[in-house]
Design a protein around this ligand. Sequence first.
Ligand SMILES: [Zn+2]
Length: 339
Amino acid sequence: MHFYCEKCKKEYPLNSISYHCSCGGLFRLYKNNTDPITPEVSIGEIETPLIPIKFGKQEFFFKMENLNPTGSFKARGAKTMISILKNLGIKHIIEDSSGNAASAIAAYAAAANMKCTAYVPENIAEGKLKQIETFGAQIRLVIGNRDTAAKTAQKEATKSKTYYASHVYNPLFFEGIKSLAYEIYHQLNDHVPEYIFLPVGNGTMLLGLYYGFEEIGRLPKFIAVQSENCCPLYNAFKKKRKGSKVGYTIADSIRVEKPMRLKEMLMAITRSNGEVLTVDDEEIIEAQHQVGRKGIYIEPTAAASVAGALKYFKKGKPDNYRVIIPITGAGINTSSNKD
Ligand SMILES: [Zn+2]
């Protein structure tokens, strides 16, 4: 296994201190074997349940990613990335995030006995901050938004020659998310679903699922859901002019103004014959409450894709369409703060 540049194809080892190519291109992962990663860092992962949920006459399948060890699907990426880094002998990592990724990486780093420094934006939800702190990560609160937090982390990692274990830059993280595609496939008795609705910010889940289903051999239609107030993928997909408004959304995990892997995300949507749509905060809150009435408490970001699916199939859905909605994260740790 090694990294290579998506632009100039230059190769880099997995333990490279560089987190992108000297030409500016992002890393992709080349796998030259399918050997299992041992030893694997584990904190009690399960195959998350896939359960049918009915809204009126329409049935969707919820993939309960909120039941992952750290309360979100990001545990999958963190598990694979940290396991590989531990095997490479890496002892200290730097990371950044607005919450779910940071806490997942901090948790697995703790389990791997690895030192972790987390750069988080000052507006991080309090519950998430507490989680990260409890895992023993050194917290660096950055004044500014998550982009500022990421830039600060990158600068510090370069300066101190510390490994930058980013859930956006590091392809090992996406490699871990692929297991979500395989689980859905097996739980549908070796069938690829017709649709997957998913919230998209940095595109971690979208790209992980895309590469997973690509390996399986067939793609579902990916319907990316973004907030009306922050929708760079929507704008790019619909070829809207740049400079559209960027504002607050309650769905904090998809409040990403400039996703690094936008081109790759567009490719995933286009190749899957998918679609991008937007929802507003009112629709997100309404969906969160509707799901709550089923006894499930989900984070606003997860509710965004439920809102998207309800909107998309407003006029009905053919019964034979299997529509999957990954519940990205639990509601418990989200008391989102305003920017
Ligand atoms: Zn390059």
